[in-house]
Design a protein around this ligand. Structure first.
Ligand code: ADP
Ligand code: MG
Length: 272
């Protein structure tokens, strides 16, 4: 596997040569603002449970630009998590295409998909999904170890990111010993551990109170700016739109419209 975390996968991943990896992982987002890091084209996803067929996505189309903060806004059941599963390579469309850096993820083999999920994308979930019997430090080290980092390097990187999210004094705590806001900050640190290009945050504030939720999305935004990462965050709460660049509305499995946030502020009375 990978020899050392900070020397990303030179010899072992022959389908992603070193120079391409560097470009993907450390791209200068500011210089390349309009580059499409994700492109979903006419994506359908149908679930069959017994006799019941549900169309979770019905032709969803969206481009996501490198380095932007995009909020996906939609009511419960509108298809947000399903869309995230497609973008994150956790599931495949029934029809339509999802391109990550112009590569159709349907064309990736199992190894490349695993690489995408482990190194390219960081996930943050509504319910934190931390491992309760492991310390914060161990939770954040885990994806680094999976990516092949040496234990000392994994520990050092995990301490760095936990310190960055304000939890440098909680390394030995276990998730149940922390508040919801602190747990979600551990999840942020875990998502960032492998220096992903994209963070997918699926309703990350839904289990937090308003103030803690706002602090969390501000933190995500700071991390986006500092680390040049693209943030895609799903929410059904208008109050959680304060920091994003653009808002995409999803309704019944379709992206209705995409609006720049500054345009949104002007018409704040008539959005729904
Ligand atoms: P959201 O995240 O916006 O709440 P979801 O993407 O979770 O919406 O769900 C969209 C629709 O797809 C819902 O009607 C939901 O019941 C259905 N759905 C989601 N996942 C599954 C599944 N694994 N099996 C069957 N139906 C599903
Ligand atoms: Mg959901």
């Amino acid at each position: 596997m990978y020899e050392q975390h900070d020397a990303p996968m030179e010899s072992t991943v022959n389908t992603f040569p070193r120079h391409e990896l560097d470009a993907l992982l450390y791209s200068d987002a500011a210089a390349d603002e309009q580059r499409k890091v994700v492109s979903a084209r006419d994506v359908y996803r149908t679930y069959q449970v017994g006799d019941v067929e549900t169309s979770a996505l019905r032709g969803a189309t969206i481009d996501i630009h490198a380095g932007e903060y995009l909020s996906i806004m939609g009511p419960s059941g509108s298809g947000k998590s399903t869309l995230f599963n497609m973008i994150g390579g956790l599931d495949q469309p029934t029809s339509g295409r999802v391109l990550i850096d112009e590569v159709d993820i349907a064309e990736l083999d199992a190894y490349e998909l695993a690489w995408l999920r482990c190194r390219k994308i960081g996930y943050i979930f509504q319910s934190f999904n931390l491992i309760p019997v492991m310390t914060c430090l161990e939770n954040v080290m885990l994806p680094l170890v999976f990516a092949g980092a040496a234990p000392d390097d994994a520990r050092e990187r995990a301490v760095d990111v936990l310190t960055r999210v304000g939890l440098g004094e909680r390394l030995k705590h276990k998730p149940p010993q922390l508040s919801g806001g602190q747990q979600q900050r551990v999840a942020c640190a875990r998502a960032l551990a492998n220096r992903p290009a994209i963070i997918l945050a699926d309703e990350p504030t839904a289990n937090l109170d308003l103030k803690t939720g706002e602090a969390l999305i501000e933190l995500l935004n700071e991390l986006r700016v500092e680390q040049g990462v693209t943030v895609v965050s799903a929410t059904h709460d208008m109050k959680m739109l304060s920091v994003c660049d653009r808002v995409a509305w999803i309704h019944d499995g379709e992206i209705d419209r995409v609006v720049n946030r500054e345009d949104l502020d002007i018409r704040v009375g008539d959005i729904h």
